[in-house]
Write a protein that binds this ligand. Structure first.
Ligand code: SF4
Length: 160
């Protein structure tokens, strides 16, 4: 079973109340691969729609170390919601023996290689989101929807 950012599967859990369907990910489902939708921001207690949020002062790693915060556009501190959601995804994924993850690039939770830079200007910077970082720290393979060509790195654990 592969964990997938729920918005990539058509679940309208994004800040704007919409989804971000990724056809290449849906094709995995059509090939019979079990996909497990996760949305750390919803699981942390945030509703949809909601004001957009970005990591200010660092990346996901810095958030876990207490050196950066997740703020929404109004300045509200959402750090505790993001951490709680990521912890829940980690706990459930362990219980379900999830093999790896495909997560939405650039999200402050799910971003794998890039996240928005904390200025709410649309600019991105290198770094992982709060969930992607803690999953990697716990040994999970994590790729973004833009790296679907690397899916064998996850599927190899399932279909050996
Ligand atoms: Fe999608 Fe992840 Fe944002 Fe949820 S937290 S809406 S799954 S990118």
């Amino acid at each position: 079973m592969i964990g997938v950012s729920a918005c990539l599967l058509g679940i309208p859990c994004r800040y704007d109340g919409k989804s971000k369907v990724e056809r290449s990910v849906l094709q995995l489902f059509l090939r019979g691969i079990e996909l497990f939708p996760v949305c750390p921001e919803s699981w942390g207690g945030l509703s949809s729609p909601r004001p957009p949020a970005e990591i200010v002062g660092g990346d996901g790693k810095a958030v876990w170390r207490g050196n950066a915060r997740v703020l929404d556009r109004t300045g509200k501190d959402l750090t505790a919601f993001f951490i709680r959601g990521a912890q829940r995804v980690l706990k459930v994924s362990r219980a379900l023996h999830v093999s790896g993850f495909i997560l939405k690039e650039r999200s402050p939770s799910c971003g794998v290689n890039f996240i928005y830079d904390g200025t709410f200007s649309g600019k991105v910077k290198r770094g992982s989101g709060v969930l992607a970082y803690i999953l990697r720290e716990n040994g999970y393979k994590v790729i973004s929807e833009l790296e679907i060509n690397r899916i064998c790195e996850i599927l190899g654990d399932i279909y050996v």
